[in-house]
Design a protein around this ligand. Structure first.
Ligand SMILES: NC(=O)c1ccc[n+]([C@@H]2O[C@H](COP(=O)([O-])OP(=O)(O)OC[C@H]3O[C@@H](n4cnc5c(N)ncnc54)[C@H](O)[C@@H]3O)[C@@H](O)[C@H]2O)c1
Length: 213
């Protein structure tokens, strides 16, 4: 009897559990940078992607511009190659997980400006492929993940829940809270399919070494 071929879900699950999944964070601001640092500290290899070259250069030089991330935290992660930043979206091809944490400012009409999410997803789609988990973290309206993001990523032969996985997990930060920070604040995860939800939840459970080894 032939050995069963592992599914995309099974392969990704094992990579996340072993922390060998290559993590990408798109948007290295107040939300994305602390998240990137937490996953890197937990043992993942993390690539941060941002459109601002000056931010990428500062991070790769070990200089943080986010209060919650001391520059001292970056040096060891850069040296151990657990973290680096880039403006080049082609790295998406090598990533296993992708968190999107780009801005969604309100327009004058009070509707969120979706152009940053659209741009990030369009760039991601150019290098997208099977076996990846994508998690939208930006604050947005209900329906964004399945009505806006999903159609940009799904294509014939690349079916959500089967070949790739997609979740929404809104960022929840409580600035100044000494007890709950990026590493341990409870996250809400909603996947397009049950397999997406399970992988998303597993991923956040691995973001801190204190919780799961
Ligand atoms: N900061 C908070 O306290 C907070 C709390 C809850 C939710 N949020 C939400 O999280 C999201 C991110 O907020 P933030 O405060 O981190 O924003 P931010 O402005 O600090 O950072 C966003 C980063 O994304 C980059 N960026 C913009 N377009 C990009 C693109 N197309 N590709 C790659 N990078 C891109 C910007 O250069 C910037 O570095 C927003 O939706 C926000 O509403 C923020």
């Amino acid at each position: 009897m032939q050995p069963a071929i592992a599914t995309a879900r099974e392969v990704l699950e094992e990579k996340i559990k072993a922390r060998t999944a290559r993590v990408g964070i798109i948007g290295l601001g107040y939300v994305g940078l602390p998240l990137a640092v937490e996953f890197a500290k937990a043992g993942f290899s993390v690539t941060g992607i941002d459109v601002q070259e000056s931010k990428v250069a500062r991070l790769n030089a070990g200089e943080s511009y986010v209060q919650d991330v001391p520059s001292d935290a970056l040096g060891p992660l850069l040296e151990s190659k657990k973290f680096h930043a880039t403006t080049d979206f082609s790295v998406v091809a090598q990533l296993d997980t992708i968190n999107i944490a780009v801005p969604t400012p309100l327009r004058k009409t009070k509707d969120p400006d979706m152009s940053y999410i659209v741009s990030a997803c369009q760039e991601t789609a150019k290098y997208f492929g099977p076996g990846k988990l994508v998690i939208l973290e930006s604050t947005t309206y209900p329906g964004t993940t399945d009505e806006l993001v999903l159609p940009m990523l799904e294509r014939p032969g690349l079916k959500v829940g089967e070949h790739f996985f997609l979740c929404f997990s809104p960022e929840r930060v409580d600035p100044g809270n000494a007890r709950y920070q990026t590493a341990n604040i409870p996250k809400v995860v909603g996947g397009i399919t049950p397999a997406c939800t399970r992988l998303g939840a597993l991923f956040y459970c691995r973001r801190s070494r204190q919780w799961f080894r």
